[in-house]
Design a protein around this ligand. Structure first.
Ligand SMILES: Nc1ncnc2c1ncn2[C@@H]1O[C@H](COP(=O)(O)OP(=O)(O)OP(=O)(O)O)[C@@H](O)[C@H]1O
Ligand SMILES: [Mg+2]
Length: 224
């Protein structure tokens, strides 16, 4: 049994089913897990096994068809949508599988999208993150003049800018070469003292430093 009252992020018998006619597909099938407030957690599994769906459920971006998600004991389904939006904006950071940037904003402006214009602390933080992520020289470039890996790193800077309690990262190193991928993972692993980092990846090497690895198959959690 999962103790939903514990600190951190808890999934209690979480399911996401899609109905097409009489057929039911479980993207996520009765998954229960308990993630700590601080730590680095990996999620692995073949394509279509439900990794992105599980991240969406854990972050409240999708609503489960069964079960619930609890943050520090508070269930998402008892929150108003407005509260969930605020939670995601203020306490969560996202790196989506398809890097999403506004084409009419520069890399730097994209990273700062969640911060007020006059927030000098956020700007200084963005400068520091761009530096650490090795993308300082691309600050003033627009997304269509960036490579996939450069865009991905801008998304990572944006996700970390707010010092979130939880970072949800879906294949954050997919567009990066080996060395850059490891460098970015080191930065994400380094965040484990400040919050919870959940990383979806196909590449087990990228999870070498993780506290725990969950494996999904056909929407179900595999026992280790
Ligand atoms: N809107 C939908 N309707 C029906 N089935 C869906 C829908 N969205 C997702 N699925 C199915 O849910 C399953 C899980 O999808 P998901 O995107 O979570 O997988 P994934 O593990 O992230 O895969 P990948 O590694 O390719 O990104 C897949 O079988 C997918 O086809
Ligand atoms: Mg996916």
């Amino acid at each position: 049994m999962i103790d939903i009252k514990t600190e951190g992020l808890t999934a209690d018998s979480l399911s996401l089913a899609y109905y097409e006619g009489d057929a039911v597909t479980y993207a996520v099938n009765h998954v229960s897990l308990s993630l700590p407030k601080f730590g680095f957690v990996g999620i692995m599994g073949p394509s279509g096994s439900g990794k992105s769906s599980l991240l969406y459920l854990l972050s409240g971006l999708k609503v489960p068809t069964e079960g619930g998600v609890y943050l520090d004991g508070v269930p998402y389904h008892r929150m108003a949508e407005r509260q969930r939006v605020r939670l995601r904006r203020e306490r969560f950071g996202f790196v989506f599988q398809q890097p999403f940037l506004f084409s009419y904003l520069t890399a730097f402006e994209n990273a700062l999208i969640g911060a007020p214009d006059d927030d000098h602390r956020a700007r200084r933080h963005a400068v520091e993150l761009f530096n650490r992520l090795g993308i300082t020289q691309y600050r003033e470039r627009y997304p269509h003049h960036l490579s996939g890996g450069e865009r991905q790193r801008v998304c990572i800077a944006r996700a970390m800018l707010n010092n979130p309690s939880v970072i949800f990262a879906d294949e954050p190193t997919a567009a990066l070469d080996h060395a850059t991928g490891h460098h970015v993972m080191d930065i994400l692993i380094g965040y484990r003292d400040r919050g919870l980092v959940i990383v979806v990846t196909h590449d087990p090497e990228m999870l070498a430093g993780s506290d725990v690895i969950y494996r999904l198959r056909d929407g179900e959690l595999e026992e280790d």
